[in-house]
Design a protein around this ligand. Structure first.
Ligand SMILES: [Zn+2]
Length: 522
């Protein structure tokens, strides 16, 4: 009896002596680990920038910060494979990235659509200097590289020029880029042929990179949606690397319903051993420039000056106008185009093309031409059908992206996806509509992009991984940003950790700027 008392005393003593200490303990949450596995109750402990333990953590363990996560979901921080936040992350005043962190986003891939500078060094240095609130993953853009070597010329590169372009891609990959991004829909990417994209993708493949493309045609402008998806498949097969159809969609009434055909082609490619993926934002409107949406590519050859000269020539103007009318139809008409930011004429911002045209007594196409003579306003283009959005979302190879901008709060009329993508997909599409499960939705924004893009040791809630976490209240989770009033921070994230540091504390954003510029070589 005496011995038993003595022994139990010793046990209590030894437990308290060895009680573990962590920087952070997150207790009692429903852990969505990012792999797609069903959620489970588990505690999560953090030390430094890493997850130290996941599971049952003894009540005696202590931490400087204890998060009561009862009633909350604990997910890996979200990874956005298509973000236009690059320029803002290089600016001190915007780099904190509250609109992203408030969605649970902790990592973004920058320079999508073939964009960004041809040499990444200065950009990445500026982002590191500004102190980013999220991790930045660099890609090298085909359009940037083509402009550096060929300007806006509509022709194939010579062998020497192609070698220069390959050297720029190689330098970027050696400098830590993760991928080649392309945008053959945009000028001057649309002046390239598939073999040029294959030649550059082969360089990315040497480094274990991937290829992601805003495809040549998301509607029926030229080669058509299905052939444009086939081009990504061709690049992936020929260059032997993963290919991503970014922000996959069926754009415009002429191609609505074609999601079924696109899905067949991607499934067939995958069955034949070609690694093809897609990402998608959960909205029925896209955003681009008015010029890119309506102008025929030949009219944009040579850049803005050349375009203005063509518009001043009555014969060429008439030809451009005819083609623009057809393109307006492809975009579901002038009522489906809403203006975003346009400094030369701010009175149009937030209004639709048909409404402004009526007000000014002009045909919509003529208003569009008048505006294009001053510049190319950003537009929101309502051009998708829900059944296509849903069909793409259901595919096991479709990830989540935002395609969003990071802008100064209150400035211009951005697409709401920059503020709301991740909560919207979780709340509206997974929880409310049940299009996919919550687990699958989280996987599509965490472990799946991390694995495909080789963003190492992120995207999962597991011991040893980086401590990027999004902890949310499913009942309170919602995007508040709308097309009409886009400047609104998402709600429902209770805690967000970036590299082990709390950037949202009990619902309150802290500008801690714990993000890093990631390198493929890490
Ligand atoms: Zn795009």
């Amino acid at each position: 009896m005496k011995l038993a008392v003595f022994l139990s005393g010793l046990l209590v003593c030894s437990v308290s002596l060895h009680a573990e200490t962590f920087d952070v303990i997150i207790r009692g949450g429903r852990v969505l680990d990012g792999t797609g596995a069903p959620w489970r109750y588990a505690d999560v402990a953090l030390n430094g920038d890493r997850i130290a333990a996941v599971g049952f953590i003894d009540a005696a363990a202590t931490a400087r910060t204890v998060v009561d996560a009862r009633g909350l979901y604990v997910a890996p921080g979200f990874i956005d494979p298509h973000s236009h936040a690059g320029p803002a992350l290089a600016k001190r005043e915007l780099a904190g990235a509250e609109p992203l962190v408030a969605q649970g986003v902790t990592t973004v891939l920058i320079n999508p659509d073939g964009g960004g500078p041809p040499e990444l060094g200065p950009q990445l240095a500026a982002i590191a200097q500004a102190g980013p609130g999220v991790n930045a993953v660099p890609m090298i853009g085909h359009n940037g590289v083509r402009i550096a070597v060929l300007g806006y010329e509509n022709r194939a590169p010579t062998d020497a020029e192609l070698e220069k372009m390959r050297a720029l891609v190689r330098a970027a990959m050696q400098g830590g880029a993760f991928a080649l991004s392309s945008g053959p829909f945009y000028t001057p990417g649309n002046f390239s042929k598939t073999d040029e994209l294959v030649a550059l993708a082969k360089v990315a493949a040497e480094f274990g990179g991937f290829y992601t493309s805003h495809i040549r045609d998301e509607g029926d402008y030229g080669i058509g949606l299905v052939s444009a998806v086939d081009e990504v498949i061709t690049v992936a097969r020929e260059a032997k690397l993963p290919g991503v159809v970014t922000h996959i969609k069926a754009l415009g009434p002429h191609v609505w319903g074609l999601s079924a055909e696109v899905i067949k082609h991607i499934d067939a490619a995958r069955a034949a051993g070609v690694e093809v993926w897609a990402d998608q934002y959960p909205y029925d409107a896209s955003s681009t420039g008015l010029g890119a949406a309506l102008l025929p590519p030949w009219a944009q050859e040579g850049g803005t000056g050349a375009l203005r000269a063509r518009l001043a020539n009555p014969e060429q103007r008439a030809r451009i106008r005819t083609e623009m009318l057809a393109n307006l139809d492809r975009r579901a008409g002038p009522g489906a185009l809403m203006f975003r930011r346009f400094t030369p004429d701010p009175s149009i911002e937030g209004n639709r093309l048909n409404a402004v045209a009526l007000e000014r007594g002009l045909e919509p196409v003529d208003l569009a031409i008048a505006l294009l003579q001053k510049g190319s306003p950003d537009i929101i283009s309502f051009n998708m059908r829900d059944d296509d959005v849903v069909a793409f979302m259901r595919q096991p190879w479709t990830m989540t992206c935002s395609d969003g901008d990071l802008v100064k709060f209150g400035e211009g009329v951005p697409h709401p996806r920059g503020y709301g993508t991740f909560p919207r997909k979780l709340k509206l599409y997974a929880i409310e509509r049940g299009v996919i499960s919550l687990e699958r939705a989280v996987q599509s924004m965490t472990s799946q992009p991390a694995a495909i893009f080789h963003v190492k040791e992120r995207g999962e809630v597991r011991s040893g991984a980086f401590a990027d976490l999004a902890i949310f209240d499913a009942a309170a989770l919602r995007e508040t940003s709308t097309y009409e009033k886009p400047h609104a921070i998402a709600e429902g994230m209770r805690w967000v950790f970036v590299n082990g540091r709390a950037a949202i504390v009990d619902g309150r954003f802290l500008d801690v700027r714990a993000g890093r510029v990631l390198s493929r070589r890490d």
